[in-house]
Design a protein around this ligand. Structure first.
Ligand code: IPM
Ligand code: MG
Length: 370
């Protein structure tokens, strides 16, 4: 049989992106060798570096290459270099939003898990975070992020308020099918886990949330009656996440709530540099670390590449159905940590200096443990 070949569209992006991407590729190549599979990676531009090179945060060539690939592996976008006060200037984040929309990636999976070796990194007490293992299923192509918006000058307001008449609005809109398909993804994920879904909304205020809750319940009753379903208001969820994080299994919510809650959930672990994510639709999927581009440490060779490596691991599972090989990656990362190897961000006073590794050395270490 011919050797399987997968084409991966790699998007290093900005900040620490290129450094951590190199380690993701390194691990991918090692897995390929061991599994006798060829991963052919091809770099393309996105974000600020794409703005610099061709004036657009998501060049057509990048979206075309992503669509033609078997999977997309992204590192990070953004940085102060592209902060502009001009509302019309292109922003790196538009590259990310554009590729999410362009590939129809309506499901974002963000697993949050405590690594025993890193439990001390959390700001929460050990007995609170013990056993935390949850996944946020965030709707990724709707809501405020993609709704109608406008900024304009309001003559009337100007007269009454000393000449300051600027106005702006964003709209949160959801269609029934958008809620339906993300709800289905959440229930399917729960079936493979601990069979529990928490649906998060703001039903006491928002019409979109009332629709959300209705549709989630209909999908549940019709298709997944055996899965446990609870509803929680988003403000209360913010509290419960730090109060009893281990109680959650699958949390499903709309785009903006998911953005906020996933940062909160990530912080429960105390090690943002460890969290991977998968964005899925009905075609090509995209995998990326949950953390940002960390421009302050870019180019120094000290960034933590583990989230990038674990994102490559998620790619093996979700894009290539290589669950066993994904297990190699996860287990290698776990054993590297158990043996005390750290990057600077996850090191503490107890870490001997010779166990603090740079970005490339950490990638090498994972390959060694594969
Ligand atoms: C995320 C990020 C993005 C988002 C930004 C960079 C546009 O915060 O992936 O959570 O808000 O979705
Ligand atoms: Mg975010």
């Amino acid at each position: 049989m011919a050797k399987a070949t997968y084409h991966v569209c790699t998007l290093p992006g900005d900040g620490i992106g290129p450094e951590i991407m190199a380690e993701g590729k390194k691990v991918l190549a090692a897995v390929g060798e061991k599994a006798d599979v060829d991963f052919v990676c091809e770099d393309h531009l996105i974000g600020g570096s794409a703005i610099d090179a061709c004036g657009s945060p998501l060049p057509d060539a990048t979206l075309d290459a992503a669509k033609a690939s078997d999977a997309v592996l992204l590192a990070s976008v953004g940085g102060p270099k592209w902060d502009s006060t001009d509302p019309k200037a292109p922003r790196p984040e538009q590259g990310l939003l554009g590729i999410r929309k362009g590939l129809g990636l309506y499901t974002n999976l963000r697993p949050v898990k405590i690594y025993d070796a890193l439990a001390g990194a959390s700001t929460l007490r050990p007995e609170v975070i013990k056993g935390v293992d949850l996944v946020i299923v965030r709707e990724l192509t709707g809501g405020l992020y993609f709704g109608r918006r406008e900024r304009f000058y309001d003559e009337e307001g100007a007269g009454a308020n000393g000449g300051r008449g600027q106005r702006a609005y964003d709209t949160m809109e959801y269609r029934e099918y958008e809620v339906e398909r993300i709800a289905r993804k959440a229930f399917e994920a729960a079936r493979k886990r601990r069979n529990k879904v928490t649906s998060v909304d703001k039903r006491n205020v928002l019409e979109t949330s009332r629709l959300w809750r209705e549709v989630v319940h209909r999908v549940h009753d019709e298709e997944f009656p055996e899965v446990e379903l609870e509803d929680l208001l988003v403000d209360n969820t913010a509290m419960q996440l730090i109060n009893r994080p281990a109680d959650f299994d699958v949390i499903v919510t709309e785009n903006t709530f998911g953005d906020i809650l996933s940062d909160e959930a990530a912080q429960i672990t105390g090690s943002l540099g460890m969290l991977a994510s998968a964005s899925l639709g009905d075609g090509v999927s995209l995998f990326e670390p949950s953390a940002g581009s960390a421009p302050d440490i870019a180019g120094k060779g000290i960034a933590n590449p583990l989230a990038q490596i674990l994102s490559a691991g998620m790619m093996l599972t979700y894009a290539f159905d290589m669950t066993e090989e994904a297990g190699w990656v996860e287990s290698a990362v776990e054993r590297v940590l158990d043996d005390g190897w750290r990057t600077r961000d996850i090191a503490d006073d107890a870490t001997p200096a010779d166990h603090v590794l740079g970005t490339a050395a950490m990638g090498d270490k994972v390959v060694e443990y594969l």
